[in-house]
Design a protein around this ligand. Sequence first.
Ligand SMILES: *Cc1c(COP(=O)(O)O)cnc(C)c1O
Length: 389
Amino acid sequence: MKNESRKKWGSHTRLNHPERVEPKGLNRSLLSPIYQSVKFVVSDEMGYGDQFIYSRISNPTIRQLELALAELQSKEDCLVFSSGIASISGMLLGLLKTGDHVITFKELYKPARIFIRDMLPKFGIESTLLNLNDVESLEKAIIPGKTKLIHFESPTNPNLAIADIKKIISMARKYNVFVSMDGTFAGLHQHTHFDIDLMIHSLTKFGNGHGDVLAGSLAGKKHLIAQIRQMTISLGATLDPHAAFLVERGLKTYLLRFERHAKNAKEVAHFLDKHPKVKKVFYPGLESHNGHQLAKEQMTDMGAIVSFILDPSLGLNADQFAHKLKLIQFAVSLGATESIICPTHLFFGDDLSSEEKEEMGITPFSLRFSVGLENFEDIIEDLKSALED
Ligand SMILES: *Cc1c(COP(=O)(O)O)cnc(C)c1O
């Protein structure tokens, strides 16, 4: 706004319409700038549908992140949300209509399970919840013409059950049903070769990776993403541009971080597995894990989460054990740089029956450990002290 009339303006006008700094031509900023603006000047050079208008609908920083995420996941397009859960609820509300039926699994992350089982019925959408290891029941649970979606997680939160993805997809294709997967635990770079219609990630975890942003994404075919994008404009779970910038920055080191997380987790899993005061370890890379074979076929990295059950002979429950650790912090969430542990009974099963919790390995002695980027020797030393001193 290099405008001669500026000089004539009063101080309030000049304060609100300063001279703009715009780098010219190829002298662009090397990193994508943060467009921290709710609105954009409407141009007459193109159709309104082709331009940025209002940041709840679209914003260049948010779009930049979506392109980076689509690329990383080898998907046609991507849509980001203000949290992982918003990407799940947004997908469900954008895809389904009254009268539809959804099949999912009891092992789902608790807020997702609650949304599907308890909230979708308010919209006239019913669901069936199966056990993840009981894919045999899948065909029986499909109601032809009514079942619209099979939604699953792999590995599951908190106890790392592994879904038989090929079986789920082949059943879905047979009955013309959509498949959505929450791949948060496996990370953005895995499962990209499967024909999954909609892939969800809580970017709050490994995507951003630094534990300072809530965000979620949904990736898939262009037409499906376009349909859900249109519907979710009215949901309003938009990611803030500054948060989008932070996630995009985090993504640059995603592959490096994941590699080290996974390497550390493997060391930790093997240490815990051999320890007499640990009753059971849930980590797909261990041969004793009942999803080990499937995990080997489906994943290249076994991830960074190790869940385990303490042996009662230790004389500590999960809460006491978590408080005893010094380096590893007692906190929720996962996938950040620092090691975090939480007793699973506190956060994951209070909407389930005690038999269901037992079945899933959620007991007063169970912990979920998100292995961080520290030196693994220090992590193991901390666990060793709490198990032995
Ligand atoms: C954390 C998590 C979510 C929810 O993500 P938020 O960003 O916390 O809303 C969904 N699915 C899985 C598997 C998760 O671990």
